[in-house]
Design a protein around this ligand. Structure first.
Ligand SMILES: Nc1ncnc2c1ncn2[C@@H]1O[C@H](COP(=O)(O)OP(=O)(O)OP(=O)(O)O)[C@@H](O)[C@H]1O
Ligand SMILES: [Mg+2]
Length: 362
């Protein structure tokens, strides 16, 4: 480059050297050696001073700015970390730091967009795949019927039943998807109320009892709960959470038991846990079971146990809408425990509630 610090320093040094010599020559009787020495000294001093100033304060910083801009253009943000701690002693360094800040913002935006895009693609692929399965099955049965199977009464009923089951699965899937998107969009209104979680859990147990016991499993509470435990939450949604967790416990347990427990803490909360002695979840998948469509060992689980992988995603969203969260501990091959916390109703709220039931229970 023509304009680098050496060239600028040399030009300035020549000019200052000449001016100094010219001034000295105006003074009468200045010896020629003094003129040369004066010129050389001012040349050398100006050169060194200008070179250092430009090299360290101006050109170095400007070339860094160029470097940074170039990297930003090439979307290479690797320099950000090493630059983040730098001190800003002069205005050029401050410009540099502004650029770094801008680049950091851009990098985060780009990463976010990339994630959203990957998520969108994955979601679309998952939804299409999950929709395809029941539609494809129902379509197959209906076409086989149309192609002549309808004339055979035995086959007709069997195929119609299977087609209906596939359509029921499709309906359940669409229902789950709608629930998820409504919660995510904030369209689902929460209806908080005071209710007895023990009573609700007993209802859910009754619902599953036959199904679970037919598999040879035991389902029940960890102890007798003689007193109600009132919580303040959306009853319908918590019913759904319990149903999803117990349904999973049943689906992923082949022998043993499913136990529900309620631990009241001094902080005014109750921890509800659903514990099973089932197949468990491998440690590497524990963090992912709450993602939509995630299933442990997709292919095997699908064939044997059938789910779409939306149940726990719905549970997670419902608990977030309650400013709480669902957590899991699991030992692969031994069993899993899913728990969530709910706030206990305050006594004064229960007494002031219109519902007679609350007054008489306490
Ligand atoms: N109690 C459990 N024991 C072992 N694995 C579990 C348990 N609960 C969930 N999982 C694993 O987590 C995955 C996600 O669970 P989730 O309830 O979201 O989906 P699903 O049960 O497969 O389908 P869906 O609930 O939508 O019908 C399951 O596929 C299963 O692999
Ligand atoms: Mg499930």
């Amino acid at each position: 480059m023509f304009f680098n610090s050496k060239v600028v320093a040399l030009l300035l040094a020549i000019v200052v050297g000449l001016i100094t010599t010219a001034f000295l020559s105006l003074v009468s009787e200045t010896p020629i050696q003094a003129l040369i020495t004066g010129g050389l000294i001012s040349f050398a001093a100006t050169y060194i001073f200008t070179f250092i100033t430009f090299e360290f304060l101006v050109f170095k910083e400007i070339s860094r700015i160029y470097e940074v801009l170039n990297k930003i253009r090439k979307k290479n943000f690797s320099f950000i970390e090493e630059e983040e701690d730098r001190q800003h002693r002069n205005p050029l360094k401050r410009i540099n730091s502004e650029i770094f800040t801008y680049a950091i913002g851009r990098q985060r935006e780009i990463e976010q967009l990339r994630k959203v895009e990957a998520f969108r693609r994955e979601f679309l692929a998952d939804v299409s795949h999950e929709l395809k399965t029941p539609v494809f099955a129902a379509q197959g049965f209906v076409h086989t019927l149309l192609d002549g199977a309808i004339d055979d009464k035995k086959v007709r009923i069997k195929f119609l039943k299977r087609a209906a089951k596939s359509l029921d699965n499709l309906d359940a899937l669409i229902h789950d998807l709608l629930t998820l998107s409504q919660i995510e969009l904030g369209e689902t209104k929460m209806h908080f109320e005071h209710f007895n979680i023990i009573e609700m859990a007993s209802e859910v147990l009754d619902l599953f009892e036959n199904k679970v016991e037919r598999k040879g499993l035991y389902i029940g509470f960890d102890q007798e709960y003689n007193h109600p435990i009132f919580v303040y939450a959306d009853a319908e949604k918590i019913y759904r959470v319990l149903t999803n967790l117990i349904s999973n416990a049943n689906k992923y347990t082949d022998e043993g038991e499913i136990i529900l427990s309620f631990n009241v803490s001094s902080g005014g909360q109750v921890t509800v846990s659903v514990k099973d002695t089932g197949i468990g979840i491998p440690p590497e998948d524990l963090g992912r079971v709450f993602e939509r469509f995630f299933r442990v060992e997709k292919s095997r689980a699908k064939g044997k146990r059938g789910g779409t992988g939306l149940g726990l995603a719905i549970v997670k969203h419902i608990m977030e809408a309650h400013y709480s969260k669902v957590s899991v501990i699991s030992t692969f091959g031994k069993g899993s425990t899913f728990s969530f916390k709910l706030p206990l109703s305050k006594e004064e709220d229960l007494y002031s509630a219109d519902d007679d039931e609350f007054g008489s229970e306490e």
